[in-house]
Design a protein around this ligand. Structure first.
Ligand SMILES: CN1c2c(nc(N)[nH]c2=O)NC[C@@H]1CNc1ccc(C(=O)N[C@@H](CCC(=O)N[C@@H](CCC(=O)N[C@@H](CCC(=O)O)C(=O)O)C(=O)O)C(=O)O)cc1
Ligand SMILES: N[C@@H](CCS)C(=O)O
Ligand SMILES: [Zn+2]
Length: 780
């Protein structure tokens, strides 16, 4: 019997809804405007719409349990009852508010203890980056002897919910080995894999119930398969999947790897007793040959050929040319088509973009369009290209037009990057000489104080910007509003005595999008939201062509802010690596080359800020670490070009201009030499949650320049006390020279409210004053 299409899977789709419906439902629930039933109804509606939409777009292997109210790793922790004691769960189903307390913390009384959480409130679980994406997951906590039990039937409930609507889905679970590996334990020496044997019965119970309800296949995500795994980790994979196969011999497991190739883990993956294996053939196309040669005959291969991490329309003809021989060799009944990874990381629907340049729009594919591409490929591989001739011709014409478009290529940019010379990445003099000049120019006290850039993006600020975007507020009125906000922020900083001021970033929608909107070669969307964490989303700009800076981007706001004060004002820029990492990047040029173009555009901005009188300029690079390749062997090459691009952006200034950089969400131990090589005069980092542990790397490295270790955890609504901040600064002063230390929060304050920021920064100023007084006393 001839088939009409190869099976087409999505592996997972965006949860947020085409119009951010999940965000509004969550925020309304958190603010008490709707109850839990209404929140769950909104979620049910989103799931139903998503299943129907996938079916309509030709997806035949539809996932369930890919939806999450907040985060799928948190869902997994709750599913197996990995709920730390502070959340007060004592068995049974984990209540919704405990789930949200794990996600966001819960607000307690005003009084607080020195251990970092409110008297009756609880802190959130730690949050960290999901592999090399801009998605953040909640870090599960594990401890020796921990036991697990079924504490949420979400996967089964959602499977049944879909079935009731007529969709026979393939449920998705985060695999047990990746789950343990992604977690943390307070005792760093504890081997979390020792918990595997205790964890597996709960996983097996979930799988058993899914099977009992009719699931034929289950997708188990083991993204750890693309990392450098130890022998013990490979053994854990064998044990886990051996136990599943033994307990449920009839249940078919689709084991998914994504974000890279299996590399040295290929043999392990192929030896596991699973019915299917998903391969990321976008990041690692070269692995296909090896897999085809070694895979057992009956193994279903899921071919991840459509890019789940980027928004470019695929070259369908080229993919077919690669896949047709594979179908011939392996047979259509043992193949599936899929995106390289879940579609969680791309926006929902390109059709909502009505204002985007029509040429560019033709080159793009968001989640829904990618489903369409997979469906065309599925038909072409089953019935021949002729069955989808029109769609293939259209795709080919779009690819050809992108390749030859004058919008993409700018000879002046190419010439400028080609002319970059090594000396351009070097400041005129080494740091000790610059430090002398800067100290003379800035005359800052010991333990100088500053903040990271943004002040609260209040509802009023967002409303004004939305009204301006809709044309309901004129440009003059919008600018007058922003000037008033900036003036108030500058005046308040002066009042509380901050040494190096910021303008507050009120004019910015997002630290990347704001610059993307002003750079040539970049495009931006209206509805292209992607989940960053929980209910916080970003609209990554699209780098489609050679990048250049048609006009200064921040000089007007920074000079205006500087004109309001005699204290130094920090110019505030997003660095080249972060601009690259948090954008959708063109795939027709090496990333290093695109980054160099951005660095040159920023270099002009830096020197313009200097010429406009800004003596301190911060170039944020929070995504520098996130950009690290997942395999260690590739780190060096990345770090070399990433560091060089930062230096290229920064090094055009005179010795007396102080360059700051800022990084949050980062461990530094294994990249400290590269952090040092950035040669920023001052670096501010996130250290408050780790109680200054992250400073250890700087101390061991004898980091020579100045450092602002964060003393205020900006992810929490809690106001830190002066005493706590002094404790942190005292710890820092033991590890570093007190002359090196700046006093600042962990990160920008855009997500906080003024009611929290004001007292917190007043306390921070008092902490700095006391540190100075203690030093003066000690010197006497
Ligand atoms: C530092 N972080 C960032 C990351 N990535 C970025 N690209 N940017 C970052 O800052 N990655 C790591 C972390 C992740 N952290 C965050 C923190 C906060 C957010 C966040 O707050 N996102 C906002 C959206 C921000 C934005 O683009 N705002 C726009 C549009 C605002 C909006 O929705 N307007 C409404 C109307 C509002 C009204 O009428 O009141 C509308 O358009 O409908 C703006 O301010 O103009 C979020 O809401 O999720 C993200 C990542
Ligand atoms: N300057 C930015 C950095 C965030 S990582 C801010 O303050 O929001
Ligand atoms: Zn930050």
């Amino acid at each position: 019997m001839s088939v009409l299409s190869l099976p087409v899977a999505t592996l997972g789709v965006p949860r947020i809804g085409p119009r951010r419906e999940l965000k509004s439902a969550l925020e309304r629930y958190w603010s008490g405007k709707i109850d839990a039933t209404a929140l769950q109804e909104a979620a049910t509606g989103l799931r139903a719409a998503s299943w129907a939409c996938q079916a309509a777009r030709g997806v035949s292997v539809i996932p369930s349990n890919d939806f999450s109210l907040y985060d799928h790793v948190l869902d997994t922790a709750v599913m197996v009852g990995a709920v730390p004691a502070i959340y007060g769960w004592s068995g049974g189903a984990v209540p919704l508010d405990s789930y949200f307390a794990m996600a966001r913390g819960s607000q307690g009384a005003e009084t607080s203890c020195s251990c970092g959480h409110d008297a009756s409130g609880v802190p959130a679980l730690e949050m960290t980056k999901w592999f090399d994406t801009n998605y953040h997951y909640m870090v599960p906590e594990f401890q020796p002897g921990q036991s697990f039990s079924l504490a949420s039937t979400k996967p089964i409930d959602e499977y049944r919910e879909a079935a009731a609507l007529g969709f026979a889905t393939r449920p998705v679970l985060l695999g047990p080995v990746s789950f343990l590996k992604l977690g943390k334990s307070h005792d760093a020496s504890f081997d979390r894999l020792t918990l595997l044997a205790g964890l597996m019965p709960t996983y097996i119970e979930v799988l058993r119930r899914l099977a009992a309800n009719g699931a034929e296949w289950v997708q188990l995500d083991e993204p750890c398969l693309v990392l450098d795994l130890s022998d013990a980790e490979r053994r854990a994979l064998r044990e886990a999947y051996g136990m599943i196969a033994y307990a449920l011999p009839k249940l078919k497991i689709m084991l998914t790897s994504y974000f890279g190739g299996l590399g040295g883990n290929l043999e392990t993956a192929l030896a596991l007793p699973v019915a299917g294996l998903h391969l990321d053939l976008v990041r690692a196309p070269e692995q296909l040959g090896d897999v085809l040669a070694k895979a057992p005959r009956g193994l279903v291969l899921s071919l991840g050929v459509i890019d789940g991490r980027n928004i470019w329309r695929a070259d369908l003809d080229a993919i077919l040319t690669r896949l047709e021989p594979v179908v011939g060799r392996r047979g259509a009944d043992h193949l599936e088509l899929a995106p390289s990874c879940s579609l969680l990381h791309v926006p929902v629907d390109l059709e909502l973009e009505t204002d985007i340049d029509p040429d560019l729009k033709r080159w793009l594919a968001f989640a829904l369009q990618k489903m369409g591409e997979l469906s065309v490929l599925g038909k072409a591989l089953a019935q021949g290209r002729g069955a989808v001739r029109g769609e293939l011709d259209d795709a080919a014409a779009a690819i050809a037009s992108r390749r030859s478009s004058t919008k993409v290529h700018d000879a002046a940019v190419a010439a400028r990057t080609a002319a970059v010379e090594p000396w351009m990445s070097w400041r005129a003099n080494p740091y000790p000489e610059r430090q002398t000049v800067q100290r003379e120019a800035l005359k800052l006290p010991q333990f100088p104080t500053t903040t990271i850039g943004s002040f609260p993006q209040t509802a009023e600020v967002r409303k004004a910007r939305a009204a301006f975007a809709k044309g309901e507020l004129g440009e003059d009125d919008y600018n007058a509003f922003l000037r008033r906000e900036t003036e108030a922020a500058v005046k308040w900083q002066e009042d509380i005595g901050i040494d190096v001021l910021v303008h507050g970033e009120f004019e910015r929608n997002d630290m990347v999008q704001y610059f993307g909107e002003q750079l040539a070669g970049y495009a931006f969307t209206k509805h292209g939201w992607v989940q960053s964490y929980g209910s916080r989303y970003v609209r990554p700009p699209i780098i489609f062509g050679d990048v250049s800076r048609p006009a200064p981007m921040t000089v007007a706001w920074s000079s205006f802010a500087q004109s309001l004060t005699s204290r130094p004002m920090k110019g505030m820029l997003t660095g080249p690596v972060t601009m690259l990492q948090w954008s959708f990047v063109r795939d027709d040029l090496p990333r290093a080359e695109v980054c160099r173009q951005i660095a040159l555009a920023l270099r002009d901005e830096v020197t313009d800020l200097e010429a406009a009188g800004l003596k301190v300029i911060q170039i944020d690079e929070p995504a520098l670490r996130e950009g690290l390749p997942l395999r260690r062997a590739e780190w060096r090459a990345y770090l070399d070009w990433a560091v060089d691009c930062f230096r290229l952006a920064a090094a055009g200034v005179r010795d007396g201009t102080q360059i700051h950089t800022h990084m949050c969400y980062a461990e530094f131990n294994d990249i400290i030499d590269s952090i040092g090589a950035l040669d920023a005069d001052v670096i501010s980092i996130e250290t408050s949650r780790s109680k200054m542990e992250l400073l250890e790397a700087f101390a061991l490295y004898h980091y020579p320049n100045e450092i602002g270790p964060g003393v205020y955890d900006i992810h929490s609504p809690r106001v830190p006390t002066t005493a706590e901040m002094i404790e942190l600064l005292t710890k820092a002063a033991r590890r570093l020279s007190p002359d090196q230390i700046w006093v600042n929060p962990d990160c920008g304050l855009k997500t906080r409210r003024w009611e929290e920021v004001r007292p917190a920064l007043v306390n921070m100023m008092e902490a700095a004053r006391q540190m100075r007084a203690n030093r003066a006393e000690a010197a006497e």
